[in-house]
Each structure stands twice: as structure tokens, then as C-alpha cells.
Design a binder for this molecule. Structure first.
Ligand code: ATP
Length: 281
């Protein structure tokens, strides 16, 4: 598909419906967008509550970043409205957040299905890796379920629009410490290798733990000491040993010691293929 050059929309073309949830800048609503060709598209609309010029710039920078992305497993931007009301309009994924979905469908989700979700998120991240883009907030709460067969990574570059110093100070309580690589906790250093830690090391663990919180038995402040003394997340009951072995490689303390997303796509594809074979045996 082609990346749209012009993503400016008119609010006349967007009908706002019920509230889906609360975003960082304001409520997120369900809605319908009427495209220039007359097609009606179900959308999610992010609104911006106290949209001063400064806030507006930060709010819209997420959309700016998303404009350049086009991937089957990344949330699709439809467009933005840049004058009052300032809105970001995205494709709607009716099944909602992966975290909630995992809890609600826990008994029906097979190992191969869970591995398929991991593989899809991994492909989205390999795509970002190729664009030299760092996500920084990979967690099941930031993945949306498009259909029972397909998930999409969202909440993009949440921290890209703010320099790291400001992000740290402005929202210390919002920093996802329990998902972060040691160098991100210690030096606020975020790279593709720290994304690998967040994805394979933590998000995959969440997927096989029915969205339990990683390190739920620790306070945020205890996590770095534990990591530095070599403690890692345990193997979730339903996580295949082959996948757990992969996670262990992504928990290398030194960022250079971790696999790349390209490597991980190969590994997850292979594991997924084997699981499908076993299931049909
Ligand atoms: P935060 O940074 O606190 O996560 P945010 O501003 O990034 O907030 P989101 O978490 O993306 O906002 O959105 C808030 C809620 O709206 C979430 O509960 C999510 O489930 C829902 N939501 C957001 N985008 C979509 C979408 N495209 N389709 C369906 N639901 C969505």
C-alpha cells in the first residue's frame, strides 16, 4: 500500500462515538471516518484535552512518526486534524488491547497462536529496526488485536517526541521500569538492543503469562539490583522451552550480546512452524 502524502482530514468527515479509553493527552473515542471516495471506515480518535501550542506539538509528533510507517502489524494512521479540535485518527481494532484479550481468551489460546502473535510483533519491530527507529514502550498494553489472527503494535515512539531528560522528569511514574533493559534504567539509553530486551525479554513473557505484570513481586526500585545480580523472569508455565531459551539470549546484560530482530523473526518463524506441525499431528 502507498503511504498517503496528505494526511490532513476535516472534522466534518469524522463522526465521534463512545469512549474507548483514556490516553495520555485525552480521551480516545470510537468513530467513523468518511473517506473522499465515500467509504466509511471505523476509526479510533485520539483527542487532546489541554492542547496548548506546546502540548499540541508533542501530541501530533506521534502521528508525524506514524505517517511514515506502513506495515501489516503496526497500527495504521488514517490522518490528523490539526486545527481545533486537534485529533489523531487511526484505524480501529475492535478487539482492543492484547493484554486484556489474553486474559479474556486465556483458555482458548493455543501455544501456536501465542507464538504467532509474538512473531507478528517481532516482524513489526524488525521493520522498525530497518528504519533505525526505536519504539521504547513495547508491552502487551501497547499491542492491539485486529482480529483473532492478527495483532498490531501501537503507541509509538511515545517518548520520541520528548528528549530523554524531559521524559524522565516529566513522567517518572510512567517509565515502564519493569520492562526496561538495564542500560535504559541506569542511563536512560534506548536503542534497538533495548527494544529487543523489552520485546523478547518482557513482552513475550507477558504473552505466555496471560498478561501478568513482569516482576509483580518487586517494587520498581528493586528491579535493577535484581537484574544486576543476574535474576531474570521465570519460565511461564505455558512457555515452550525453545522460546524460553530465546528469551534468555535477549536478557544479555550487554546490549551487543542480544540477537537482532531479524534473527528473532527467523527463530520465531521456525518455532511457530514446528508448533503448527505438532498440533496437526
Ligand atoms: P498511554 O501512553 O497512557 O498508553 P496513549 O495516549 O498512548 O496512552 P492509548 O493507550 O494508545 O493512548 O489509548 C488509550 C485507549 O484507547 C487504550 O485503552 C486502547 O485500548 C484504546 N485504543 C487506542 N487506539 C486504538 C485503536 N486504534 N483501536 C482500538 N482501540 C484503541
Amino acid at each position: 500500500a502507498e503511504i498517503p502524502e496528505n494526511t490532513a482530514l476535516y472534522d466534518d468527515d469524522v463522526i465521534v462515538g463512545r469512549i474507548l479509553g483514556e490516553g495520555f493527552f485525552g480521551e480516545v473515542h470510537e468513530g467513523v471516518y468518511k473517506s473522499p471516495s465515500g467509504e466509511r471506515i471505523s476509526v479510533a480518535i485520539k483527542t487532546c484535552k489541554d492542547c496548548s501550542a506546546e502540548v499540541k506539538e508533542k501530541f501530533l509528533s506521534e502521528a508525524d512518526l506514524m505517517k511514515n510507517l506502513d506495515h501489516p502489524h503496526i497500527v495504521r494512521l488514517i490522518g490528523v486534524i490539526e486545527v481545533d479540535p486537534v485529533w489523531i485518527v487511526m484505524e480501529l481494532y475492535e478487539h482492543g488491547e492484547l493484554g486484556t484479550y489474553l486474559v479474556e481468551h486465556q483458555s482458548a489460546l493455543t501455544t501456536s497462536k501465542l507464538t504467532q502473535f509474538c512473531l507478528q510483533i517481532c516482524k513489526a519491530l524488525a521493520y522498525l529496526e530497518g528504519l533505525n527507529m526505536v519504539h521504547r514502550d513495547i508491552a502487551v498494553r501497547n499491542v492491539l488485536v485486529a482480529s483473532p489472527e492478527s495483532v498490531r503494535l501501537g503507541d509509538f515512539g511515545l517518548s520520541r517526541y520528548v528528549d530523554e531528560q524531559e521524559y524522565y522528569k516529566a513522567s517518572i511514574s510512567r517509565l515502564p521500569i519493569k520492562w526496561m533493559a538495564p542500560e535504559s534504567i541506569n542511563f536512560r539509553r534506548f536503542t534497538t538492543a533495548s527494544d529487543v530486551w523489552m520485546f523478547a525479554g518482557v513482552c513475550v513473557w507477558e504473552i505466555f503469562s496471560a498478561a501478568q505484570q513482569p516482576f509483580f513481586w518487586l517494587e520498581n526500585g528493586q528491579v535493577i539490583n535484581q537484574l544486576e545480580s543476574g535474576v531474570r523472569l521465570y519460565k511461564p508455565q505455558h512457555c515452550p522451552p525453545t522460546i524460553y531459551a530465546l528469551l534468555a539470549r535477549c536478557w544479555a546484560y550487554e546490549p551487543q550480546g542480544r540477537p537482532t530482530f531479524r534473527d528473532l523473526v527467523c527463530s520465531f518463524s521456525e518455532i511457530h512452524r514446528m508448533e503448527l506441525e505438532q498440533e496437526t499431528d
